[in-house]
Design a protein around this ligand. Sequence first.
Ligand SMILES: *Cc1c(COP(=O)(O)O)cnc(C)c1O
Length: 397
Amino acid sequence: MIVPSLSQQDIAVLREDTPGVSQLIHFNNAGTGLALKPVLDAVKQHLDLEAQLGGYEAAAASKPRMDTFYTSLAALIGCKPHSIAYIENATRAWNMAFYGIDFRQGDRIVTGRSEYVSNYLAFLQMKQRKGIEIDIVEDDASGQIDLPALKAAVGKKTRLIALTHIPTFSGLINPAEDVGDIAQAAGVLYLLDACQSAGQIPLNVHEIGCHMLSGTGRKYLRGPRGTGFLYVSDNVLDQLDPPFIDLQSANWTADNTYDLVPHARRFETWERYVAGQIGLGVATTYAIGFGMERIGNRICALAAQLRSELSGQTGVTLHDKGARKGGIVTFALAGETPLQTKARLGGSRINLSVSSASSARIDLPHRELDAVVRASVHAFNTESEIERFVKALASLS
Ligand SMILES: *Cc1c(COP(=O)(O)O)cnc(C)c1O
């Protein structure tokens, strides 16, 4: 089978469009993707327009560019533009879906060890507020969510399956489609946190079978910070009540009640970072232009190369798990804490991140890890950057 990947020409274009690559090696794309020039230009252009015309006037003049946000995100995840909401970050996007569910005492949420810590905090709050219960499904031997155990955990009281597709702290790609089959068979709401997968690997909400999906602009999509999106299927709109409404999401009716606007935009607020919306549309269109399958294959291949080179280094312990792995590579180096590794390589202008137990409460401590170094690659990174990175890592005397 031929695996479509990016050509050398594509990679050259990606690097030309990424001004930061001449200054540093950026292996922190799971934190923020390194800025893309077309996105920067679009954001700056809109800010300039606001200064020249006024903010409302600039937004009116940029309406088609604002609409591109919806059409491009819809194309990215395989849905209709009306099923996409623009929200200021992925956390709030996820919150708008989660807190829109009318949980009752005794309802159960089924989740896995990869769940993002902020999501889990929301479960804890709902437990305190409404008396819901949380069921954590263990990983299977490969490290991904255990599908038979998940199926067994879903019962009459299960209201929601909440899954993080790619955890922030591991190379794992969870089998979101198989989880979707289980959710569909059980008739249970399925909320997917696709923060790390959006822009990293191809996504299709119909193949996945999720009802709600949240994503961020700032990571693998390489959009502006402070931008995010929410997908909500038309099929579950009647099961969700937006936790907040405003004059964008609802209309005040003559009889002093209100109607929610149709589709996913009932989860939006009127006021927004317009330049960010335009920028995220440009970033998404850019990714689609190269093809998400090719981008995803390139990212996974680079990360596999990095894991393979690291596994040959003395003192390096790799910590990625899962049958399928993506662009996040986690490890630790003997004789140095992850924070020290990050600081040392930062001195050589290599950007890394550290995932600590506090941001992976139900996973890293379970694996008896306090912290891991996180090196997350993107399609614009190169094989030679990996060589330089591994050399710099090995220079610890
Ligand atoms: C980063 C991240 C988030 C939060 O995204 P924001 O846009 O910063 O709110 C949520 N879930 C996962 C898995 C993440 O990695």
